[in-house]
Each structure stands twice: as structure tokens, then as C-alpha cells.
Ligand binder design. Structure first.
Ligand SMILES: [Cu+2]
Length: 169
């Protein structure tokens, strides 16, 4: 808990410094978020996954520690692991963003999970999401809603989207 409190205070300081200059800019001094997208929801669907590319142009690693949006009851950071031959989603506490590198979130890896969605995500809309990083603080990102069948090349969605038995690490 001590560690969490420290991360949060760092984040708050960064927010105060950045919010005026970078509101909705999808960047901080060191991180640039591009190609943020989420699939349109199918009828009755109440959860969805968001993907993006994060470019860290600094010599320091950073970590995504949370994501939040007003359009979902809960937002988690997830990865996809293969267990017994099945691809399953698992919650993670943080996602490492290495120094001088490009982190690509995708349907077969890291993603932001939106749970208890308060409304369907409709193609063409944008979903405002606030991402929180350990060093860079908050970055506001608009996720573009793509067609339900959208699948960038080489990014196959896992067949098993079962959230049952999922535990935080
Ligand atoms: Cu997930």
C-alpha cells in the first residue's frame, strides 16, 4: 500500500503540471499515445477492450498503472496468457513501458478492459479515457470505436473471452 500511495502522489503532481498544456493532446512530455481504438459492441455486450500504441521517447521506463472512463462501471488493465492451450485474459497491476521503445497493445496481448459498460459503443464514436502512468501522470486519450469485425493484420483476438476465475496478480 505504501508503494501505491507513492505512485499516486507522483501522478497527481504530474497532472497538475500537465493538464493545462496537454488537455486531450494524447501526449505527455515523454509518452505519445496513438492509434487508440476499441471495437463497437455487439447487442447485449457489456464489456470491451481498448488498444493503442505508446511511444516512449525518453531514456526512462514508465508504467501504466490505471485507466478510467465515465462510460464503464469498472476499468482494468489486462493481458492475454495461454493456459492449457486456451488464450485467457488476466488482470495485471501495471503495464511496463520500456525506455526508448514502442509498446503496442493488441487483441492478443495487453489491453484496457472496460467492464459494466453504461452504454453500447457505437462505430464512429470516441470514448474518452484517462490513462495514468507512474512517471508521466495522466494522459487523456480518445479511443475511436471501430466496426465490430475490425481486426488489424496480425492481431487475432483470443477465442476465449471468459472472465470467470480472473484474479488480480
Ligand atoms: Cu480483457
Amino acid at each position: 500500500m505504501k508503494y501505491l500511495a507513492k505512485s499516486l502522489s507522483t501522478a497527481f503532481l504530474a497532472i497538475a503540471l500537465q493538464s493545462a498544456a496537454f488537455a486531450h493532446d494524447q501526449t505527455s512530455a515523454n509518452l505519445q499515445v496513438t492509434d487508440a481504438w476499441i471495437r463497437a459492441s455487439a447487442p447485449g455486450q457489456t464489456n470491451g477492450a481498448g488498444y493503442m500504441t505508446i511511444n516512449n521517447t525518453s531514456h526512462h521506463p514508465d508504467r501504466m498503472i490505471s485507466a478510467s472512463t465515465s462510460v464503464a462501471g469498472r476499468t482494468e488493465l489486462h493481458t492475454v496468457l495461454t493456459e492449457d492451450g486456451l488464450a485467457k485474459m488476466r488482470e495485471v497491476n501495471a503495464i511496463d513501458i520500456a525506455a526508448n521503445s514502442m509498446a503496442k497493445f493488441s487483441p492478443n496481448g495487453f489491453h484496457v478492459m472496460f467492464l459494466q459498460m453504461k452504454q453500447p459503443f457505437k462505430e464512429g464514436e470516441t470514448i474518452p479515457v484517462t490513462l495514468k502512468f507512474e512517471k508521466s501522470g495522466e494522459i487523456k486519450v480518445d479511443f475511436v470505436v471501430k466496426p465490430t469485425t475490425y481486426n488489424p493484420s496480425g492481431q487475432n483476438a483470443p477465442m476465449n473471452h471468459d472472465h470467470g476465475g480472473m484474479k488480480p496478480n
